[in-house]
Design a protein around this ligand. Structure first.
Ligand code: HEC
Length: 400
């Protein structure tokens, strides 16, 4: 009863905490500092999402077309080389043609001059502006960011509890989700929101209510030759997918490797658990019969499982008898420390199931008689008083 009410209490507290944390926007309504982005990115289904994702090559080609025809006027793609376009399914010849369309600055030549030449597959995409300052001054003071890493750099946090699930679902698509939402999110600023001169209201923008880039795409802006709808929504998906590829071409491989590693670790964990169970199964039995440690030989049935584990010969010797072990508990004691026991005798004792001083220290008269008989010793155990010696040694004392 008590437990149940505690549980309900905890659940209620958790729900209350989530409700308190989640709507970041309500801070704004309450007159606090607004929290950007004003809107969380929409969740898009991507072909490359999840552990079994794959690139949709047709989509990447369409995204590249949008980049070439629209975005490349302002955005650089400086970490991607033309030959990387192989991933998009282009042949070597096609890549050569694409590269030759661009003018690349090379040099210096023999006269120390830089010169322009057509691009080759090994070149990277040239930037549309000679430097950042030129890029900024052409764009209302805000330089268009390089596309190479943008999809990875713009990944708004998803907050609790999503970031926990994201680890397991291998969610890595907040970048393209963001880009899609931004490109489709341009709208009239609501009354009361101040938009700076030359900026454009967009509630999905990460660092303010408005950004310097005007909506770059609209329905019909780019012609598709594969019959895909020429809508803003489709363009936004395609170019965001292309930008994800540009930022992390190995995303798909990384995730599939990650999934394999997780599966392997899980398998190893299961194996380790089963091994542990198998290894400890015998010892557990002994622990269960803990009194056997202090057991007299008086034939108590409790010692049965212990004897079962002892060597056959010893088991056959007597139905009852001293405690025997098929293997030492942890590290075996050095039985040679008992005066009268040499290396050979130690081996024999081990063979009979005796590994520890504590075992010998527990021998009663009848036990001694049994072992004496097995060793054919005629009273030597008592004469050298192994039991007393073992008692001292078992307590950590030194032998003689
Ligand atoms: C006329 C120039 C221009 C064109 C064309 C253009 N952009 Fe931009 N873009 C900018 C500028 C300037 C910024 C920086 C905005 C800012 O920081 O206020 C920007 C920023 C961005 C950002 C980053 C927003 C952020 O969170 O900082 C993304 C994503 C983006 N552009 C995508 C695109 C895509 C996709 C295209 C092509 C469909 C495109 N842009 C075409 C000028 C342009």
């Amino acid at each position: 009863m008590k437990l149940k009410s505690l549980f309900t209490g905890l659940a209620a507290a958790a729900i209350a905490a989530m409700v308190a944390v989640s709507p970041a926007m309500s801070a704004e309504e309450a007159g606090g500092t607004p929290h950007y982005p004003l809107e969380h990115p929409k969740h898009v289904h991507w072909s490359f999402g999840g552990p079994f994702g794959h690139w949709d090559v047709g989509q990447l080609q369409r995204g590249f077309k949008i980049y070439r025809e629209v975005c490349s006027a302002c955005h650089a793609l400086s970490r991607v080389a033309f030959r990387n376009l192989e991933d998009l399914g282009y042949s070597e010849e096609q890549i050569k043609t694409i590269a030759a369309d661009y003018t690349v600055t090379d040099g210096p030549n023999g006269d120390g001059e830089m010169y322009d030449r057509p691009g080759v597959p090994a070149d990277r995409f040239p930037s549309p502006f000679p430097n950042k300052e030129a890029a900024a001054s052409a764009n209302n003071g805000a330089a268009p960011p390089d596309f190479s890493l943008l999809a990875k750099a713009r990944a708004p946090e998803r907050g609790f509890p999503w970031f926990i699930f994201d680890v397991f679902t291998l969610y890595a698509e907040n970048g393209p989700d963001y880009i899609y939402s931004l490109l489709t999110g341009y709208q009239e600023a609501p009354a009361g929101t101040e938009v700076p001169e030359g900026a454009n209201y967009n509630p999905y923008f990460v660092s303010g209510p408005a950004l310097a880039m005007a909506a770059p795409l609209s329905d019909g802006a780019v012609t598709y030759d594969d019959g895909t709808p020429e809508t803003l929504d489709q363009y936004a998906r395609d170019v965001a997918a292309f930008m994800m590829w540009a930022a992390e071409p190995s995303l798909v491989e990384r995730k599939s490797l990650g999934f394999k590693v997780m599966a392997m670790l899980l398998l190893l964990a299961i194996l380790a658990y089963l091994t542990k169970k198998a290894v400890w199964a015998g010892l557990k039995e002994e622990q269960g019969t803990a009194p056997a440690m202090a057991l007299s030989s008086a034939g108590s049935a409790v010692s049965a499982p212990v004897r079962k584990a002892a060597p056959k010969k010893a088991a056959a010797a007597s139905r009852s008898g001293p405690e025997r072990l098929s293997a030492p508990r942890g590290v075996a004691d050095d039985l040679k420390m008992i005066s009268g026991v040499g290396p050979k005798l130690e081996k024999t004792l081990n063979g009979l199931g005796f590994w520890h001083f504590a075992q010998i220290a527990n021998w009663k008269k009848a036990d001694i008689a049994i072992v004496d008989g097995e060793l054919n010793f005629k009273g030597r155990i008592e004469r050298d008083d192994w039991v007393k010696q073992a008692k001292v040694l078992a307590k950590g004392g030194r032998g003689q």
